[in-house]
Write a protein that binds this ligand. Structure first.
Ligand code: FAD
Length: 398
């Protein structure tokens, strides 16, 4: 019997988690990861907040709710076994005023429905026992929310792939995928490779690659740069763990967060501003083709029409450290602009439907031999091993 050839596009945490599971479950198959960069985890995986989410926010029954909880169950023992830091520093979500209480109660209901352990509702005085400097009138505390180092997790996955006989090919930029009935032909520069099964985990480029394979046009990826500051040395004692706002359902990833990092220090942010290039980590990074594609997309135009005021507010926070500090002070009164030092930015691959709505849940499409991950925002890193289970069971089901 000839070997099954399985290809995976992307050496971020998802591509590596999928390839690891395939290499370990299918010793009879050859597993090859194709990555355009010269190292792994250079994009979302290596530039995220490092939080192992507990599953508080997600609509019960959604893929996010299920795969986040399952992801924690798989990730925790894996990182502990591999000596990767995992700190259960806990997360406190605070309501600043009466208007946010009902949404905080809704989070409490969701967390219960999703089976998040140890959740506690805290009144004003109780929340200061958890975060002595936090403002707010009530809080929801998740003691098991943790932090880790996702780049180190990705490296451990890569080592497992190689130990199981799989290969990671760097500098292999996939420019076209042709699904031809039972196989997928993949172009990298002038070369063509053929696979019996292909899984596309291309993050910020996932829509483009899926389209070349014949998948539907929408959703389009719109890149949002998230800029962070870090609390200056000596000021990071202002926050013990993770301090988050009650998310606005219309803009779930907005609102300044305080996030403790495993290497020490506390990040403040991110905000979200349109990135002028899909991998545009600096304000001056512009890619005209990427920008033209964003501005032409129905999803972005609808989003901009509906939410330009919020966009302008985020841009103000991007351009002015004082505005950013003022936002942070709504949660911790002592923070001043002098306490904030710039930290590296990340870019989110945000999938948008043509009506401008953010695609909330994970979206994974199957087209013959090709499986394409079309939307995997946060908690994608937390859920990586569970997404791999979900995808691989589908890929191997015939
Ligand atoms: C600012 C920010 C904060 C976040 N915080 C958290 C958090 O705290 N917790 C959490 O669970 N999740 C978080 N996330 C989400 C999480 O980082 C992502 O869900 C996860 O990293 C997605 O992994 P990925 O492998 O799909 O994408 P990526 O890490 O972006 O990897 C995609 C890979 O595909 C490669 N690629 C793209 N196109 C091609 C091509 N044509 N040919 C070959 N290779 C290609 C890229 O070079 C890249 O290496 C955050 C994300 C961001 C941006």
């Amino acid at each position: 019997m000839s070997e099954t050839r399985i290809g995976v596009v992307g050496a971020g945490i998802l591509g590596l988690a999928v390839a690891r599971r395939l290499a370990e479950l299918r010793p009879d198959a050859t597993v090859t990861v194709l990555e355009k960069e010269h190292d792994l985890a250079l994009h979302q995986t290596g530039r995220n907040s490092g939080v192992v989410h507990a599953g508080i926010y997600y609509a019960p029954g959604s893929l996010k709710a299920k795969l986040c909880r399952r992801g924690v169950e798989l990730l925790r023992p894996y990182v502990e076994e591999h000596g990767i830091p995992y700190e259960e520093c806990g997360k406190l979500v605070v309501a600043l005023d009466e208007g946010e209480l009902e949404r905080l109660r809704e989070l409490e209901r969701r967390a219960a429905a999703n089976g998040v352990p140890g959740m506690r509702w805290l009144e004003r005085d109780e929340l200061r026992e958890v975060e002595p400097h936090a403002l707010g009138i009530a809080g929801l505390h998740s003691p098991t929310t943790a932090i880790t180092d996702y780049r180190a997790v990705a490296r451990a996955f890569a080592a497992d792939i190689e130990a199981a006989g799989g290969a990671i090919v760097f500098g292999a930029k996939v420019d076209a995928i042709r699904a031809t009935g039972s196989t997928a032909r993949v172009g990298t520069g002038g070369e063509e490779r053929e696979f019996d099964r292909l899984v596309v985990c291309a993050g910020l480029h996932s829509d483009r690659l899926a389209r070349t394979a014949g998948d539907e046009r929408e959703p389009t990826i719109v890149p949002f740069r998230g800029e962070y500051y870090r609390l200056a040395p000596g000021r990071d004692s202002l926050v013990r763990g993770l301090l988050y706002p009650v998310p606005d359902p219309a803009y779930p990833f907005l609102g300044v967060h305080f996030t403790r990092r495993v290497g020490g220090g506390v990040d403040v942010g991110p905000n979200a501003v349109l990135a002028l290039a899909r991998e545009g980590y600096r304000r001056r990074d512009v890619n005209l083709a990427d920008l033209a594609e964003t501005l032409r997309s129905a999803g972005f135009r609808a989003l901009a029409r509906k939410h330009w005021r919020m966009g302008a507010r985020e841009l103000r926070g991007s351009l002015s450290k004082r505005a950013f500090a003022a936002e942070a002070r709504r949660y911790v009164a002592e923070v001043t602009a002098a306490d904030l030092v710039p930290a590296p930015a990340g870019v989110r691959a945000q999938a948008l439907d043509p009506d401008g709505s953010l695609v909330d849940d994970f979206r994974i499409n199957r087209l013959g031999p090709v499986t394409a991950v079309r939307n995997a925002p946060s908690p994608g890193a937390t859920s990586s091993m569970a997404i791999a289970e979900y995808v691989v069971d589908g890929v191997l089901d015939e």
